[in-house]
Ligand binder design. Sequence first.
Ligand code: GLY
Length: 354
Amino acid sequence: MQYRKITVSASGVYDIIISSGLLENAADYIQSITKAKKIAIITDDNVDALYGEKLLRCLTDKGFNAVKFVFPHGEASKCEGTLFRIYSFLCENHITRSDCLIALGGGVVGDITGFAAATFLRGLDYIQIPTSLLAQVDSSVGGKTAIDIPEGKNLVGAFKQPRLVLCDTSTLSTLPEKFLIDGMGEVVKYGMIKSAPLFEILENRTIDDIMDIADDIIEQCVSIKRDVVEADEFDKGERMLLNFGHTLAHSIEQYYNYTGITHGMAVAAGMRIITEIAEKHDMAKSGLAKRLVKCMDNYSLNTKIEPTAQQLAQACLNDKKRESDNISIIICSDIGKSSAVKMAVDNFLKLLSE
Ligand code: GLY
């Protein structure tokens, strides 16, 4: 089988394999990286209906003792209640530290399974099998794991690198268009922060064109992420660039109760607003926001939102990039050129309300 492979060397070294049809051969890849006898697949009801039994069978056929935990799909499940149900399931199935978890699904499944792996028995291995575009280009790589709490998204979490990431690009064909658009928000982000060539591809394509070259696009995004994570695994500097548009996006998602808007759509709105602010204050090339919005239009990334600046500002106060009275805001001065700008929270709120 032909595949693309990217190796990440962080606190753990692991491969990201990208190819269509990987799920069928998942057990072979998994066998090559673990001595685990038992594997617990964690997934949601949507993904389970499509791929749960297939993966379970493929693992048991190879001699693994595989079990499966399924929870309701959606961001609302990325919470303490689901996490504790996962812990109970792992206990009931006598999962030990030498066993392994698999996150089969999108960003919610990956984040909560990674956090369970980071904390259950003080840590055990996990593998990411991302099935959404957003998870394949971004969240399955780099070891950020978390759950949401009522006060905000991803406020409780840990860094825990997976042992392997298997990106089966054929799973994208079963994704509703809304979720392809969601993933495109992160793809555009990678072009904006680090890669003018990637952005130029995106500027001249439609979503169907991108799906035809999905393996290549995912490889480009993941390669950028690999470089960033290797330089700054624990998010003290360079890695913050991956949060371009995200400070506002998290506030927007909170405003919509994590249900009325997708993450990618919120990131698109966040990237537009921050780029307009940067342009207005001569921190970005003139015309950049317009070029960004035009590119995002190709993917139906609508950036109009309901909340007022005041409403967004309140939620921004819990941002993880806040240090005491300062906050790091990611600015793109041009396509592919990004930096973190530290400013007083009050100044940021003032810029926002202008
Ligand atoms: N998704 C942002 C990061 O992994 O740092």
